[in-house]
Design a protein around this ligand. Structure first.
Ligand code: CA
Length: 432
């Protein structure tokens, strides 16, 4: 639903929010959690500042159920409230932050400099599921393992996913320790050693809102409104461990050592101007089964979000080089919509809860420079990438920093950003 909060002419009294280059103009209003003496507080990013929403609620500037939820140390209570309350909060924040807001003098005292805050995970994540929604990624990776049969026949019918690990999800900026694991080289017996094929996966993470009771599937027509917002997500992957362990039950330790998410949750209300039709299926691809097929979702359930991966090596940082762009893709290339993923997840009766996280799977497009992981970009390590520094990479090395970025742009609307999801690779820990 596009409304007055998306008006491209809106300006904020926070002047940095009016900078054409900021990803956090008044039209965005992403929510996050920052560390504060003795605890955590909810805030909204505006330009290069963060408005302390807990303080706003305490001052009576944000009231009702959403105001009460803003006093919590994480976003779970707000996520549980549902769409009418999220929209009411968005309208209130838009009114408080617009250039002519009467409250601007008192509110200015509640601003914090964004760059100085320590961010925390936006929510307590009860469960994490990772999908596999990019048909391009599934086809390219499938071809490496099964050249004669890259895309398995179930792919076009059923949203593929697996249950991931919530305990090792970390917020952007948290270092990632190179995992040790079991993998097989030429010898008959596998070895146990630090992974030699550490990779990233460029994904979106969708935060579940109200969820559903056990045994009560969410109809596809209602599924989109059960999602609160999106972050960037890096599903760090150890390809050698993955290759050895994935059959017959799928990924396990190859992916559960760390998953990074960006700190700011961009709400689906903020993303309303950037919706697009669902992935256009060709004549070889079946229409979704009825429980996954909703006319409104087919017409506008896709997302036009530009997603980028950048790499910075220790050598590049020593030289003062900017991070190097490895790939640029778009979420509109996902074969399944977020609503289809949520409806499918609940379709057998599984209950989703506020703060659950759904990863989309690696976002890859048809163009070679839109492939969202090194496994695809280097053809399984066979074709190394040469960086402007002269270094080469097949997979990630210690000290490498991976930076995911996302933004939306559309004629007639203010561009908004998803911020960044960063992680630096630390060496494997010594075994005692
Ligand atoms: Ca993944």
């Amino acid at each position: 639903m596009i409304d007055s909060t998306h008006d491209p002419n809106l300006r904020s009294w926070v002047t940095s929010a009016n900078d054409p280059d900021t990803g956090f103009p008044i039209q965005n209003l992403p929510l996050g959690v920052f560390a504060d003496a003795g605890g955590s507080r909810i805030g909204t990013a505006i330009g290069d500042s963060v408005l302390d929403l807990a303080a706003c609620a305490e001052a009576g500037l944000v009231d009702g159920p959403a105001g009460a939820a803003c006093r919590a140390p994480d976003l779970n209570a707000l996520m549980a409230l549902g769409s009418p309350h999220w929209r009411a909060l968005r309208h209130r924040l838009s009114a408080l932050l617009r250039h002519d807001a009467r409250e601007r003098v008192s509110l200015a005292r509640l601003l914090r400099p964004l760059g100085e805050l320590e961010m925390r995970l936006p929510a307590r994540i009860g469960d994490y599921t990772d999908f596999y929604a990019s048909i391009q990624h599934a086809t390219t990776v499938g071809a490496q393992m099964r050249p004669e049969n890259p895309l398995l026949p179930n792919y076009t019918w059923v949203p593929i996913g697996y249950h991931g690990r919530a305990s090792s999800i970390v917020v952007s900026g948290t270092p990632v320790i190179r995992p040790r694991g079991q993998f097989k080289l030429e010898a008959e017996a596998p070895l146990y050693a630090p992974t030699r094929r550490l990779d990233y996966e460029l994904e979106l993470g969708a935060w579940v809102g109200p969820g559903n009771p056990l045994g009560a599937p969410v109809p596809i027509a209602e599924a989109g409104a059960r999602l609160f917002g999106l972050s960037l997500l890096n599903d760090w992957s150890a390809r050698d461990i993955q290759r050895w362990e994935y059959q017959p039950l799928g990924p396990f330790l190859a992916k559960n050592f760390a998953t990074s998410v960006s700190a700011w949750v961009v709400t689906l209300d903020a993303l309303a101007p950037f919706r697009c039709p669902a992935f256009p299926r060709n004549t070889d691809q079946p229409q979704p089964l009825p429980y996954l097929n909703d006319p409104a979702d087919q017409a506008g359930g896709g997302l036009d979000i530009i997603l980028e991966v950048l790499l910075s090596t220790p050598h590049m940082r020593a030289r003062g080089d900017a991070p190097h762009l490895l790939s640029r893709g778009n979420a509109r290339d996902l074969y399944w919509t977020l609503a289809q993923m949520l409806a499918h997840h609940s379709s057998g009766g599984c209950n989703l809860r506020p703060g659950d996280l759904l990863g989309t799977g690696t976002v890859s497009g048809p163009a070679p420079d839109s492939r969202g992981c090194l496994l695809e970009l280097t053809d399984g390590g066979k074709a190394p990438i040469t960086l402007p520094s002269g270094e080469t990479r097949r997979f990630l090395e210690d000290g490498d920093e991976v930076i995911l970025r996302g933004h939306c742009a559309r004629e007639g609307f203010r561009s908004i950003g998803l911020g960044e999801c960063r992680g630096i690779v630390n060496p494997a820990q010594r075994m005692e």
